[in-house]
Write a protein that binds this ligand. Structure first.
Ligand code: SF4
Length: 214
């Protein structure tokens, strides 16, 4: 089962954001968390797609507002991209986590079935936005948008052909570009002696997107 049955028939982004709150297409809604939908300009030429909301995003109800989001903002700025003119979202809209001994929630990577279940929401966002460049942040977003054929380490930083879905279905009407790069949380997890190098690699990839939009 996927989320198609939960999508409104005719919708704009705000209607979708309202509807996703009641999605029960996979068990992640049972965690007591709220779905976090994408945010940004409806006329954005650039869309960035991450993995899932993190702990801070889920608490605040907005995508990319935690530490990884702050790093992404800085990297976008260094690459000449303005987040205010972009749209940011995630492949999976609920936070998947495990509980440790205390109250802390520990991130858990979504499984393929969660990505598949949630894809109609992402397709519906992309169909409405029809962006010129989609930046694909990390392996989960790669799996959701490009399938198994691509790898972050091998394929990052290249403009790849990407078929924008239409009306939330898998049919494509418009071929544009996807650009794979690392998820900013991976930069945060990089050991201190290689963190700056990882950050500059992210900025380099985003610069490719900036040039494509220029
Ligand atoms: S993760 Fe996606 S498919 Fe699963 S319940 Fe949440 S919104 Fe629905």
């Amino acid at each position: 089962m996927d989320a198609r049955q939960h999508l409104p028939r005719s919708a704009d982004l705000s209607t979708l954001a309202e509807a996703v709150r009641t999605c029960t297409a996979c068990e992640l809604h049972e965690n007591g968390t709220r779905a976090v939908f994408g945010e940004g300009r409806p006329d954005a030429r650039l869309v960035l797609v991450g993995e899932q909301p993190g702990d801070v995003e889920e608490r605040e109800g907005h995508p990319f507002v935690g530490p990884a989001g702050k790093l992404l903002n800085r990297a976008m700025q260094d690459a000449g991209l303005d987040r205010e003119h972009a749209y940011v979202t995630n492949a999976v809209k609920h936070f998947r986590f495990t509980r440790g001994s205390g109250p802390r929630r520990i991130h858990a990577t979504p499984e393929v079935r969660h990505i598949e279940a949630c894809r109609p929401w992402l397709n519906a966002e992309l169909a409405l936005l029809n962006p010129e460049v989609v930046v694909v942040l990390g392996a989960t977003a790669v799996r959701a948008l490009l399938g198994n054929a691509y790898r972050v380490t091998r394929d990052r930083g290249k403009l790849l052909p990407f078929e924008v879905p239409t009306n939330g279905e898998d049919a494509a009407v418009h071929t544009t570009h996807a650009l794979i790069t690392t998820h900013p949380s991976a930069v945060l997890r990089t050991p201190p002696d290689r963190k700056e190098e990882a950050y500059q690699a992210l900025v380099h990839d985003l610069t490719v997107a900036a040039k494509a939009l220029a």
